[in-house]
Design a protein around this ligand. Structure first.
Ligand SMILES: [Ca+2]
Length: 326
């Protein structure tokens, strides 16, 4: 009897110690119930058990994308990551072929995305997603552009995902931004684009290789991937080229290649003149390198907005394809 009493006291005390009242959490729980039909009490308890993490705030304020290309590239384009990709492809060949055919996405790009995101599953993130999304919803760093609303929506999606997929929300781990599984899907993307390719009734992006590979392929397909079409080619600029056509962030393809040519910007590889394209620049040690981008490059930026990211995925995919012998 005494022992049970002691135990329950300890559990009450520890609950009290860990329970955190986050600013805005009560309103969030009320909104979850009113607008998304979630259980208000369940949401409230989950939020109380979510911990603020200073390390997440710190990580958010120094993203790798702030680096110039010549410093960013060596992080992702390594012998180890290329060989890992070839090996991953060989190990999962039937699944990758199946997903590639079903969704119309080039196989090497599926492999490269998983390679850049998590080193083929070697690093899927060790933060509790509940802590990450709570921290970024309620304590977003004030030193950078405020994205707390985005993370608040992701937190809501996380709770809905928990309901739909039966996920143990307090145990789910991911990146410091709350991205999950081998393809690092944010909760809204998980809900929208993940597929149950092994047909067991659940979408498992951590341990079902068919679901993981199928989901990455479906994500690219749903954003408009064009199989077998180019991603990007180096650009050749004439001395009087119109550099106002060079974009930094928006890689939506709007300009026909023929118009780029008139402006002194030429693709190093031949493409039909009516092809829509954009032009980007990457910072090398000895100055900017220009490149013409196509629809597929834009699709990769739907996975991550940074052109550095898209170029890393592309270069890795080509190196893996070479190593695989395709
Ligand atoms: Ca499944």
């Amino acid at each position: 009897m005494k022992r049970i009493l002691t135990l329950s006291l300890v559990s009450i005390l520890s609950t009290a110690c860990f329970a955190q009242q986050h600013p805005g959490a009560a309103e969030f729980a009320a909104k979850a119930a009113a607008e998304y039909d979630l259980d208000q009490e369940e949401v409230r308890i989950l939020l109380e058990n979510a911990r603020f993490k200073q390390s997440i705030v710190d990580a958010m304020t120094r993203p790798a994308e702030a680096k110039p290309w010549y410093k960013y590239r060596p992080i992702f384009i390594t012998e180890k990551r290329i060989e890992g990709g070839v090996e991953f492809w060989r190990e999962n060949e039937p699944l990758i072929r199946q997903a590639s055919e079903k969704y119309g996405v080039d196989p090497q790009v599926i492999v490269a995305i998983i390679g850049v995101e998590t080193f083929y599953g070697g690093n899927t993130g060790s933060y509790r997603v509940l802590d990450a999304l709570t921290t970024l919803s309620f304590y977003y760093p004030t030193s950078i552009r405020d994205r707390s609303e985005f993370f608040s929506k992701e937190l809501m999606n996380f709770f809905m995902l928990g309901d739909e997929e039966g996920l143990p929300l307090e145990d789910v781990t991911g990146s410091y931004a709350g991205a999950m599984g081998l393809g690092q899907f944010m909760p809204s993307s998980y809900r929208e684009y993940a597929v149950d390719m092994d047909g067991d009734g659940r979408r498992d992006l951590w341990s079902s290789m068919p679901d993981i590979i199928g989901s990455v392929a479906n994500y690219l397909h749903r954003h408009g991937w064009e199989p077998g079409q180019p991603v990007t080619y180096p650009a050749i600029l004439s001395p009087d080229a119109d550099k106002s056509l060079v974009t930094k962030r928006d890689f939506k393809v709007k300009t026909p290649v023929s118009v780029l040519e008139e402006a002194g910007i030429e693709s190093s590889q031949p493409v039909p003149t009516e092809t829509l394209a954009a032009v980007g620049a990457l910072e090398e040690e000895d100055g900017d390198r220009y490149f013409v981008t196509f629809k597929n490059f834009y699709v990769i930026t739907r996975y991550n907005r940074s052109p550095l990211y898209a170029m890393a995925v592309y270069e890795l995919s080509e190196a893996i394809r070479g190593g695989y012998g395709q």
